[in-house]
Design a binder for this molecule. Structure first.
Ligand SMILES: [Zn+2]
Length: 472
């Protein structure tokens, strides 16, 4: 497994930066061309690989009009084809959900899953219709990146210990030398991203080389509930990532205050411009309404939150061989924009980071990560299964007459979901409610407890049966 590392350029000569921006702009046109031609049902329907695309372009002369070096456009074609592939895979996740809703027949489901995986969906009317529905035609939005293969660049330290990265420019044999603000040389294929006068050098390292990957995982099966105050609460009631709430609240307050100040400054600048004092308006725009400092602060905050969440997940994996969690990837498959409200935006973003951390840490340390359907897990009592009331961090069950710590109660319910015979990952919300309702009604009318009672499900979860859990 690979993890991404980023190196940043140190003080970079504006002429060099402009040349890189121009190269990235031209490569952006290469990307657009690839998306235009191969980014739709028809394009992939023809089953092309990036090598075939390159051969075609070489044959018909498409590549000539971009005005970039051969290695640069070829790597860009490969990268854009990979993006299109990822876009296609994301659509397939939705189609798999649609298949599980359409039929309960395991053989029929398997047939459709297999056809989907092998890209044989065109001949099946249901699959073809679903693919057309979920695979939105994408387009290229990347115009600020340059991909450089490992054998096309070099790094060297100067007399003062500064590291320089030399990458191809627009002219053959003329390298652009970029000073880096790190002493660790990037390796493998590089992705240069040009942002606000700075070059970000993204590259991947093998995760097994990281110290945290050597840490063994625990032995328990643990359910976790994702929160806002703490990153995670586990089914033993232990919180992890307790600084998260404070980090998010202070960031939210800071952003609101900053936006208020900026709005005020903007109106002062507009008033000045209206009076004809363009010098003043310009001064305010340049000195007070820039984006460089804002971006740095945002990056710092993102790094802190990521550390808090990853640390929390590592703590859970310290004791768990199997981590059972809500399927956090669910709403992240589309191209939906994050909400405008600051708190909701931060919450949506941290959810994505938590999903990433659960997946990445599990893979690196060899624990299993089992996503489950978390519908109503925070609204039902883990002991009797009845619906209860949540107020703040307390959960009241009137039937049991007990007050639970709300996050722990949810985490235990999540743990039980892994062995639940009736509630699968994609069981619709309404159906889950019905199942839960039926179970509590059965209790009330004192019918014999059947196999699907929460108590039995709970016992099963302690000995998870891996065949009933799939990682789709
Ligand atoms: Zn109860």
């Amino acid at each position: 497994m690979k993890v991404t590392r980023i190196a940043y350029s140190a003080r970079l000569n504006p002429g060099k930066y402009a040349a890189l921006v121009e190269q990235a702009r031209r490569l952006g046109r290469v990307r657009s061309e690839v998306w235009q031609r191969y980014g739709s049902i028809l394009g992939v329907g023809s089953g092309l690989r990036d090598r075939q695309v390159r051969d075609r372009w070489l044959a018909d002369g498409t590549h000539v009009r971009f005005g970039v070096l051969a290695n640069a456009w070829k790597e860009t074609v490969r990268d854009a084809m990979a993006d299109i592939g990822a876009n296609l895979e994301a659509a397939k996740v939705d189609v798999r959900r649609a298949i599980s809703r359409r039929t309960n027949d395991p053989a029929e489901r398997q047939r459709m899953y297999t056809a989907l995986k092998a890209d044989q969906w065109a001949s099946d009317p249901f699959l073809a219709r679903q693919m057309r529905k979920h695979w939105k035609r994408g387009r290229n939005r990347t115009h600020d990146q340059i991909v450089v293969r490992a054998d096309n660049y070099n790094t060297a330290a100067d007399g003062r210990g500064r590291l320089w990265l030399a990458v191809p420019g627009l002219e053959p044999r003329k390298m652009v030398r970029i000073p880096l603000s790190t002493t660790v040389a990037p390796a493998g294929t590089l992705r240069l991203i040009l942002r606000r006068g700075r070059v970000e050098v993204h590259y991947q390292i093998d995760a097994s080389a990281m110290r945290s990957s050597q840490r063994p995982c625990g032995e328990a099966t643990v359910g976790v509930d994702k929160g806002y105050t703490e990153a995670l609460t586990d089914s033993d009631g232990q919180p992890h990532g307790e600084q998260l709430g404070e980090l998010l609240t202070s960031e939210s307050d800071r952003l609101k205050e900053r936006n208020r100040r900026r709005a005020k400054l903007r109106s002062i600048a507009n008033d000045a411009a209206a009076r004809g004092d363009h010098a003043k308006a310009q001064r305010i725009k340049a000195n007070n309404l820039g984006t460089v400092k804002r971006e740095r602060q945002a990056a710092r905050h993102r790094a802190r939150v990521r550390t808090e969440i990853f640390t929390a997940v590592h703590e859970v994996v310290d004791k768990a061989a199997t981590v059972i969690a809500e399927d956090l990837t669910k709403r992240f498959t589309g191209r939906k924009k994050l909400p405008k409200n600051i708190n909701r935006r931060l919450a949506a973003w941290t959810k994505g980071v938590t999903a990433e951390a659960l997946k990445s840490v599990s893979e690196r340390r060899g624990s299993a990560h089992v996503p489950v359907n978390a519908a109503y897990t925070s609204q039902t009592c883990h002991q009797c299964g009845d619906f209860g009331r949540r107020s703040g961090d307390r959960f009241h069950c009137t039937r049991c007459g007990v007050v639970w710590q709300a996050d722990m109660n949810a985490a235990i319910n999540i743990l039980h979901r892994a062995g639940d015979p009736d509630i699968a990952l994609h069981t619709p919300h309404k159906r889950v409610k019905q199942i839960l309702q039926d179970r509590t009604d059965r209790h009330r009318t004192r019918l014999p407890v059947q196999d699907s009672s929460p108590a039995t499900a709970g016992r099963r979860a302690n000995h998870p049966n891996h065949s009933t859990m799939n990682n789709e």
